[in-house]
Design a binder for this molecule. Structure first.
Ligand code: PLP
Length: 465
């Protein structure tokens, strides 16, 4: 295949061709006391960080987790660090002795080039706004960090790399934006035609040549099935070095730990109290990141997982037994997950649910409650909430005020203007990043929901380039 060259912004690439020729294991196993990563299902040998990030999913079907929890000394002055600097110090114990460790500082600087905002509200409450990145949702943190990690470790001698991702809305936009801004790696996105919001569609289809968006005549499940088939297909594996950028990749979780570290230290310094977090949750990636940050010793008192009417996690907390449920559609569509894959990471860290319940709980919030919360958001908090964030706000309003709470705001309300604007009776000012892309030319290719159709179209394109 073609060899892969990157001419976008320079980032330190720790591996040269000689090291690749020597072989991955030769190079990686040289360091002492490597941090290794194991599968939640425990049926494979441990992997290095680079391997875990390149593979995405462990080969036994489990998710990668750290083999042990490194000790971290949180210094008194860490609340003064910039977000990138704190992210570097929080994550380096997991990256040490991996080739990626050499690039980590630069990756943090380049990935987090937008503000992380902690806003203090009345009643012992704050909101952590994670939507100031290029696609206005927290997924920008994970997608940008992962893109830069992959750029650092991709084998320049190998087949043409290709990111392949199915999306129900937010993930695809963040991945497209991250890979096209930070790397030269081509991205192929599959989304269900006619089933995502207009602004979400623009965020998938306006990136030019590097990002091919396919509008699949089918559902999200069809899109996901095609992606799985491609990963299992000999033709695809022969022609491409396929990369999975979905949310179970540990490279997307790590940077999310950093904002819990940041917000908890800021809050504690200012109020001299340890806050709890209320997290709008779907696939539980964000929630696992919070559990990991707490495990590393950051000052986090309690954690509440706010779910919509997809109740498998709240049911688990109340009944003690895990039963995945069919997905139901709600106003908070990025949280519409009936069988969250990250439950495996939760259970791996807390095999005994009673230990988790000592500081964490899970609650379900209905569409009516989401709407009510958005409607009175201005009056109660002086804020406009997106439907996802509203689930967390609703639970905050139910709570006593004896513990200070940080509400995690996962997306900007302007992304969901068709839901929010009628409820608040006014236009939502557009954030700059959305305004910029609304007028860009969009292009996507409509295909039938089969891998054959995708392959046929892509073969044409690759030849044409
Ligand atoms: C993806 C997403 C969520 C759910 O996050 P998980 O990590 O899957 O639990 C919540 N809100 C928004 C806006 C999202 O895009």
């Amino acid at each position: 295949g073609k060899s892969f060259k990157s001419n976008k912004k320079f980032i330190f690439i720790p591996w040269n061709k000689d090291q690749w020729k020597l072989g991955f294991d030769n190079f990686v196993s040289r360091g002492p006391s490597n941090m290794r990563f194991i599968s939640t299902r425990g049926k494979i040998k441990s992997a290095s960080l680079t391997e875990a990030i390149l593979h995405g999913l462990a080969s036994d079907g489990g998710l990668f987790v750290p083999e042990f929890w490194p000790s971290l000394t949180i210094e008194k002055d860490w609340h003064q660090l910039s977000f990138s600097e704190l992210a570097y110090r929080t994550l380096i114990p997991f990256f040490q002795n991996d080739p990626l460790g050499l690039a980590l500082e630069e990756i943090c600087n380049e990935a987090f080039n937008f503000p992380v905002v902690l806003k203090y509200l009345p009643n012992n409450t704050a909101v952590l706004e994670l939507f100031h990145g290029p696609t206005c949702a927290f997924k920008d943190f994970g997608a940008r960090f992962l893109a830069l990690c992959l750029k650092s470790v991709l084998n320049p001698l190998s087949r043409q790399p290709m990111v392949l991702v199915a999306t129900s809305g937010d993930t695809g936009g963040a991945v497209a934006s991250a890979f096209s801004e930070c790397t030269d790696i081509p991205v192929t996105i599959l989304y269900p035609k006619g089933m995502i919001s207009g602004r979400q569609e623009i965020q998938l289809t306006s990136w030019g040549q590097q990002v091919h968006a396919f509008a699949v005549r089918g559902s999200f499940d069809h899109c996901q099935k095609i992606v799985k088939e491609a990963f299992a297909s000999e033709w695809w594996q022969k022609n491409f070095q396929l990369i999975s950028a979905n949310s179970i990749n540990i490279g997307r979780l790590f940077p999310q730990m950093a904002y819990y570290a940041y917000a908890s230290l800021q809050f504690q310094h200012r109020h001299k109290k340890t806050p709890g977090f209320i997290i709008p949750s779907g696939n539980l990636g964000n929630s696992v990141a919070a559990l990991w940050a707490r495990k590393m010793g950051f000052p986090i008192k309690k954690i509440i997982f706010a779910h919509n009417m997809n109740k498998s996690v709240p049911n688990y907390f109340s009944s003690g037994s895990w039963t995945p449920l069919p997905t139901v559609s709600t106003l908070a569509n990025a949280m519409d997950v009936g069988n969250p894959s990250n439950i495996e990471r939760v259970n791996h860290l807390f095999p005994d649910l009673t230990e988790l319940k000592k500081f964490a709980s899970a609650q379900s919030v209905s569409d009516d409650e989401i709407q009510e919360c958005i409607r009175h958001g201005k009056k109660t908090w002086g804020q406009i909430w997106c439907p996802h964030t509203a689930t967390a706000v609703f639970l905050r309003e139910q709570m006593l005020q004896n513990i200070p709470w940080i509400i995690v705001a996962t997306a900007h309300p302007a992304k969901f203007e068709t839901i929010v604007e009628p409820l608040i009776g006014e236009k939502i000012p557009l954030p700059k990043s959305l305004e910029r892309i609304l007028h860009l030319p969009c292009s996507s290719t409509e295909i039938k929901p089969t891998l054959g159709d995708l392959t046929a179209d892509l073969t044409k394109r690759v030849k044409a380039i």
